[in-house]
Design a protein around this ligand. Structure first.
Ligand code: 13P
Ligand code: SF4
Length: 359
C-alpha cells in the first residue's frame, strides 16, 4: 500500500502533467488530504457553478458525492467527462427520494388538488428538490414546472415557487424544507409530512388542501444527530459561545442555535469574525476540524462529542484520486458519471431555473 506521502506526491505530479486538462472540485466535507489538491473548495452551489465555468478542461474530477458529480455532468459541456473518484460515494439522503415514489406522490396530489391554475394563475403544487437528489428527481422537477435548491439559496427558490404555485412539494430533506419555510413565516401547521409508504403520504385530504409546504420524509443521518441538549451544554461550558448549525439539522436544533446556514455560510461567518470567538458548529466533522486548524485565533469545536463524519463523503480517498488522474494521463477515463439524455434535458431545466433565480 502506498503511504500518504507517496499518494500526495503522485497526485501533485499527475496534476502538473495534466495542467488545464483537468479541474478538481472538492466539497467542504472532504478530508484535508483531498481538498488540498482541489482547484475549488466549496458548497454544492459554488461547485455546481465551478463545473459550469470550466469548458476548457477535458475532465472534472469531483471529490464529493454522486449527486454532485451528476450535477456537474449536467452543467458541463457534452465533450467533458465528469469523474467521481470512488463510485461508492453516494448520499443516503438523496437515496430517500426514489423516482417511482415521487411520481406516485405527484399522481396522488394531482388527483386530489387538480392541475388547473387558480384566479392568480398559480398552479396547485410546485415541486422543489434539494440539490441532494438524483438526476432523475431533478428531471421530474424540470418536467413538472419545478426547480432545484441548495442550502444556500433555499429561501430564494421557495419565493420563486410561491410566485408560481399555491403550495410546494419539497424533497428529499424535510429539515431544510421546514427550516426554510419557518424562516419565511409559514405556519408549521401548514407543513404536512409525506410518508411515501402510505396513501396520501399518511395525511388527510383536508391537511393537504390546507398545506403550504408538503415535506418529504427524508433526512441527513449526519445532521439529525445535532440536538438542543448539545447546544445547552455548549452554552454552559462556554457562556459566550456562538452556535451555528447547518439547516439540515432538526428544527428544534436550528431554533436553539444562534444562526444557521450552508457550509459556505458557516465558513464565511468564521472568516469574518474580527474578535477571537468561540464557535460551536453543527455540521460534518471534516469541515469543522479544518476550520479549527485554519483559524487558530478562534476556538472552534463540533457540537457532537462523538465524531460524526459523512461516511460516504469519506469514501473519496487520495488513492482513488491518484488512480483517476494517472489514468487520464494514459488516456483512460475511469469512474465517469454520465446522465442519460432523456433525464439530463429536463434535469438541466430545473437546475437552470435555480441558477437564474439566484445569480
Ligand atoms: P452544502 O449545500 O451546504 O454544501 O451542503 C450540502 C450537503 O449536505 C452535502 O452533504
Ligand atoms: Fe448526504 Fe448528509 Fe452526507 Fe451531505 S452529509 S452527503 S446530506 S449523508
Amino acid at each position: 500500500d502506498a503511504s500518504a506521502e507517496e499518494l500526495n506526491d503522485r497526485i501533485i505530479r499527475a496534476k502538473e502533467k495534466l495542467g488545464d486538462r483537468v479541474v478538481i472540485l472538492g466539497h467542504h466535507y472532504q478530508r484535508v488530504e483531498v481538498v488540498e489538491h482541489a482547484d475549488y473548495i466549496g458548497d454544492s452551489f459554488m461547485l455546481a457553478k465551478a463545473a459550469q465555468n470550466h469548458p476548457e478542461a477535458e475532465a472534472i474530477v469531483f471529490c464529493g458525492v454522486h449527486f454532485m458529480a451528476e450535477t456537474a455532468d449536467l452543467l458541463s459541456t457534452p465533450e467533458q467527462s465528469v469523474i467521481l473518484p470512488n463510485l461508492a460515494a453516494g448520499c443516503s439522503m438523496a437515496d430517500m427520494a426514489d423516482i417511482d415514489q415521487v411520481e406516485d406522490c405527484w399522481e396522488q396530489l394531482t388527483e386530489l388538488l387538480g392541475d388547473e391554475p387558480d384566479s392568480d394563475g398559480k398552479v396547485p403544487v410546485i415541486p422543489v428538490t434539494y440539490m441532494n437528489s438524483s438526476a432523475a428527481i431533478k428531471g421530474f422537477c424540470g418536467r413538472n414546472g419545478g426547480i432545484v435548491c441548495t442550502s444556500s439559496n433555499a429561501e430564494v427558490v421557495l419565493e420563486w415557487a410561491f410566485e408560481r404555485g399555491q403550495r410546494v412539494l419539497f424533497f428529499p430533506d424535510q429539515h431544510l424544507g421546514r427550516n426554510t419555510a419557518l424562516n419565511m413565516g409559514i405556519d408549521i401547521e401548514a407543513m404536512p409530512l409525506w410518508n411515501p409508504a402510505r396513501p396520501l403520504g399518511n395525511n388527510s385530504p383536508d391537511a393537504l388542501e390546507d398545506s403550504k409546504v408538503i415535506l418529504w420524509q427524508g433526512f441527513c443521518s449526519v445532521h439529525k444527530r445535532f440536538t438542543p441538549a448539545q447546544i445547552a451544554k455548549a452554552r454552559v461550558d462556554h457562556p459566550d459561545v456562538r452556535v451555528i448549525v447547518h439547516p439540515e439539522c432538526p428544527q428544534e436544533t436550528v431554533a436553539a442555535a444562534d444562526d444557521s446556514g450552508s457550509t459556505a455560510y458557516i465558513t464565511k461567518a468564521i472568516a469574518e469574525a474580527t474578535e477571537p470567538t468561540t464557535f460551536a458548529i453543527g455540521t460534518e466533522i471534516n469541515l469543522v476540524q479544518r476550520l479549527a486548524a485554519e483559524h487558530p485565533e478562534h476556538t472552534i469545536f463540533c457540537l457532537d462529542p462523538v465524531v460524526c463524519p459523512c461516511s460516504t463523503m469519506y469514501r473519496i480517498h487520495p488513492g482513488y484520486i491518484a488512480w483517476v488522474l494517472e489514468s487520464l494521463i494514459d488516456g483512460k477515463v475511469i469512474n465517469q458519471i454520465s446522465v442519460d439524455a432523456e433525464v439530463a434535458d429536463p434535469a438541466r431545466v430545473s437546475l437552470e431555473r435555480m441558477l437564474a433565480a439566484k445569480p
